[in-house]
Design a binder for this molecule. Structure first.
Ligand code: GLU
Length: 294
């Protein structure tokens, strides 16, 4: 901790209902915040209207309440924060750290896939196209080696050169997750991020953006993912079964077990969580898990 009061958050995207994987992230970030006498904020990451499922954001709020995962302060919605993303984008442009890109997914697929942007438009757009995305030019960052100590996964190290220039604003005009999440976490004073290990690939990009924008980086803890037995895929799949309020005690029990915490007796969600906060020990969270859940 860097002396700032602990502020944590849970930041679901309303592209699907909460499932067991999201419950684990919610319980872990909630217990970590509360056991550190911190604040736990809720942010609905509705940046991508085409992927948003109608009614899902409200359903997420009701489900969290039904599980006793009650947030502090008012819920923030990314859809109402575009002005913040715009001004950060201007700042990055002013610093000479962005460039326009006219490549479509198809263009990039022909030069070796989307995982690593090959730099096609870095020195000027490759061909005329009305709708262009804006990318962060990773080579302009002063950081060479992206390092951080993950509170669950241990020390992490990634060469900047292993990251492609990533998108800040998409060609369709929507802001990209990487930009919005970094701005929101900084603007909301988030000190600790506890989230699923599927986002570990994103963290080095977030650290570069935080450095470029002179933001203090939060501490990170990436918790292992639960696999979905039906899909045999990461439970982040929107097809994973939604969690049900009537099963809350059993599912909280399973989530705490998955997180390696001391056993909590079946009781009301509120009582179970208050015992879990009391016993919470982040050092017991396993680095990985191959547990399957339905
Ligand atoms: N909105 C992201 C998701 O639902 C989580 C973002 C984050 O925790 O940084 O996967």
């Amino acid at each position: 901790m860097d002396g700032r009061p602990y502020i944590g958050r849970f930041a679901p995207s309303p592209s699907g209902h909460l499932h067991f994987g999201s419950l684990i992230a919610a319980v872990a970030s909630f217990c970590d915040a509360k056991s550190n006498h911190g604040t736990w904020l809720l942010r609905i990451e509705n940046l991508d209207p085409p992927r948003e499922v109608e009614g899902c954001a409200d359903d997420i709020l009701r489900t969290l309440e039904g599980f006793g995962l009650v947030w502090d302060n008012v819920v923030q919605y990314q859809s109402k924060r575009h002005h913040l993303y715009n001004s950060a984008l201007h700042k990055l442009k002013g610093l000479g750290m962005t460039f326009e890109c006219a490549c479509s997914r198809k263009d990039l697929a022909t030069v070796g896939g989307l995982d690593f942007y090959p730099g096609t438009c870095r020195n000027g757009i490759s061909h005329y196209k009305e709708e262009k995305s804006i990318r962060f030019q990773v080579s302009k960052s002063f950081i060479e080696n992206v390092t951080y100590d993950d509170l669950v996964q241990g020390s992490q190290n990634m060469l900047k050169s292993a990251l492609g220039d990533f998108i800040l604003r998409r060609a369709d005009g929507y802001f990209a997750y990487h930009l919005a999440v970094v701005i929101d976490d900084a603007e909301q004073g988030i000190t600790n991020i506890v989230r699923g290990a599927d986002l570990m690939d994103s963290t080095p990009r977030h650290l570069l953006l935080q450095d470029a924008l002179s933001f203090k980086s939060p501490l990170y803890a990436h918790i292992p993912l639960a696999y979905n037995i039906m899909e045999d895929k990461l439970s982040k799949s929107t097809k994973a079964f939604p969690i049900q309020i009537q099963n809350a005690p059993n599912q909280i029990y399973d989530a705490l077990k998955f997180l390696g915490q001391s056993e909590v007796g079946i009781d009301s969600p509120e009582n179970m969580l208050s015992q879990a906060i009391h016993q919470w020990d982040i050092s017991k969270v396993p680095k990985s898990s191959n547990t399957y859940w339905t």
